[in-house]
Each structure stands twice: as C-alpha cells, then as structure tokens.
Design a protein around this ligand. Sequence first.
Ligand code: NAD
Length: 372
Amino acid sequence: MTLAKVPVALGDRSYEVLIGAGLLGGAGAHIAPLLKRPKVAIVSDAHVADLHLTTLTASLDAAGISHSNLSLPQGESTKSWPHLQEVVHWLLSEQIERNDIVIAFGGGVIGDLVGFAASILRRGVRFVQIPTSLLAQVDSSVGGKTGINAPHGKNLIGAFHQPSLVLADIAVLGTLTARDFLAGYGEVAKYGLLGDAGFFSWLEANGPALASGDEALRLEAVKRSVAMKAGIVARDETEQGERALLNLGHTFCHALEAATGYSGRLLHGEGVAIGCALAFETSARLGLCSQEAPSRVRAHLKDMKMKTDLSDIAGDLPDAEGLIALMMQDKKVSAGTLNFIMARDIGSAFVTADVDTAVLKSVLTDALATRA
Ligand code: NAD
C-alpha cells in the first residue's frame, strides 16, 4: 500500500495525517502506540458504521484493543446540543478517562461533533480522526476546529482541539455517493484557488478521472490538499491571519446554507464551490483579478458536473439584500465589518474588509437573475 504521511507541526500538539488505500484495516496498529491502556470509544454515523465499522473493529481486535461504539444519525442536524450531550454522557458512561482516546469515525459532521465532545470531556481528552468523506479527509479532520451549530448560524459553538492522529483511507471514499464525493471536491478545488495555481491546473487535467475513481489520483489530491492545510495551520493555528484564506467562498456558502435551512438542498461543499465562483466574480468586478479567472473557475466546476451557480440550487432563495444580511452573521464579522477572501488570480487569495456592498449586491442580483 502506498502510504503518504503529512506532518502537522504544532509543537507538543504535533501529529501526522496518514493517507493510503486500505488504511482502515490497519488502524488498530497505528492507534495502539498512542494508548495508555488498550481501550477506545468510537463515535460514528449510522450510515458509515453500516458500511465500514466492522473493518475498523477487526483491526482494533487484531491489535488487542477493546472498543465500544455509539452510532448517531447521519446529517448536519447531528452537529447540535442534544447530540453533543448524548456523546459526552455516553463517553462518561463508558468510563473514558483523561488518558484514553476517542475515535471520530465519519464525515465532517462526526469529526466536528466528536472533536468538540473530546475537548470538553474531563477538560479535554485526546481523539483520533478517521475521516471517511472526501471533505473530511482534505479539510475538516485536520487543523483542530471542532464544534456544533446554533440556531443563529453554523459552527458558532466550538473549540480548537487538535487530534492526536488522522487516518485517511482513500478506499472508503468508494462508497460515497457521487454527490457527496463532488461536494468534498469543492474543498479540494478551493486549495488550488486560494494558494496553488499549479494544483488547480493539475485538477483541471485530472479532476474528472479522480472523480471516476482513480485511487492514485485521489491519493495525490488528498495529500496535496492536506499538505496545504497543514502548512497553513502550522503557521496560524487559531486564525489570526493566513488561516482565514481557507474560508475562500465560505462567507457566500454560509449565507446560502442558512437560506436553504442546512438541508439536503445544498451540501456544505456544494456551497463552497458556488461561493468560490462568487468570490472570483466579485474580485473581477472589483478590478482585483481578470474576468478570465471567474470564467475558468466556473468552467472547471461545470466540467466536474458540480453545482456552480445559484441557478443550480432548487427552491426559493432570499434576494441579494437578504443574502447579504445572512452574510453579516458570519464568524468573520469583526466590529460590524465583514472580512472577505478575495483573489488577485487563481492561486492568489487574500483577506480584505474592503468590499463595496454595492458591488456585492450587483454580483448577487445578477447571480439570482440567472434563476429566472
Ligand atoms: P457528513 O459528515 O454529513 O458526511 C456526508 C455524508 O456522507 C453523510 O451522509 C455520511 O453518512 C456520508 N458518508 C461519510 N463517509 C462515507 C463513506 N465512506 N461512504 C458512504 N457514505 C459516507 O458531511 P461532510 O461533507 O463530511 O462534512 C461537512 C461538515 O464538515 C459540515 O458540518 C462542515 O461545517 C464541517 N467542516 C468542518 C471543517 C473544520 O475545519 N472543522 C472544515 C470543513 C467543513
């Protein structure tokens, strides 16, 4: 098995992201050296558990590690107070101690929820991320952002809590629906767009084959994405500066997710892709980048058969002013000013508070008009 290792350099909280096809079958051997006693608690979503839990538990058995599992309903609404309480109380009833390890086994929903539960359980226990969706492998499992949603908006309650290890098995991506895979690809494309034009060109050449199932290309895409995120997180763990670039497209995305009620109408990664296209369009209208840049972004998303435009979202949406009001709920609002991630070119994003609301409104008005 080709095994890639990406270090996340954070001093005494450093850890490795291991990436390979079939890694799940050897998870126990990778986790065993971290344990003070041979016992773990696994939290997964019910769908992932049905598909892949036996492979994980067999590997723990083979390594002599005892285990128990809690399966939660799949979907974004699981990232909530009631399920946080359920996880924490279950871990306490399982007598998970300060020195034990909790395993988050699933997509970004499980990773965020379980990471947060681990951060508050007994004032903090260690956890291992075993991300099973493309989105979780390339993004949410790395970097230590954990949390749940509030009625006021997404991810508004949480903590920074770094995992002790991340195990990304490329083979489990094979059971994702095409829609979930492509949603995760939205975050992959984001890395090229924000900071690596060469990677974006590579994706333009290889994206369709990667989506069709080529594991070598999938491994390369996950490795490059994780390496980029690890570098940014190592330089700016708590988002005082550069880490904000990872939010390219997210201000638009969070407004669209709120407008669609965090429902199946729009998956997070789909919102990121549409948000990236809107961020490039806004950058072009502000004269920050050429008009070719947003055209190229949209061309690639369309080539991948991804949601690209507001017209790809079914059902009603608020008008431009309504969407801007939702954007103001974003965590990146500081003293009433919204910070945006804009771009000078593909691979060259930057943070700015200097986005004229009239331009923003015209971009959204035109984008909404395509829905007629
Ligand atoms: P998710 O966890 O809901 O997973 C998407 C769907 O895929 C679910 O239905 C799940 O059951 C299914 N699934 C997962 N792995 C599977 C597999 N191997 N085979 C078949 N089905 C599988 O959502 P997601 O897209 O993984 O993550 C989205 C979440 O991540 C959002 O809540 C978002 O806010 C969060 N996020 C967090 C960060 C961070 O830095 N912490 C970064 C980006 C996104």
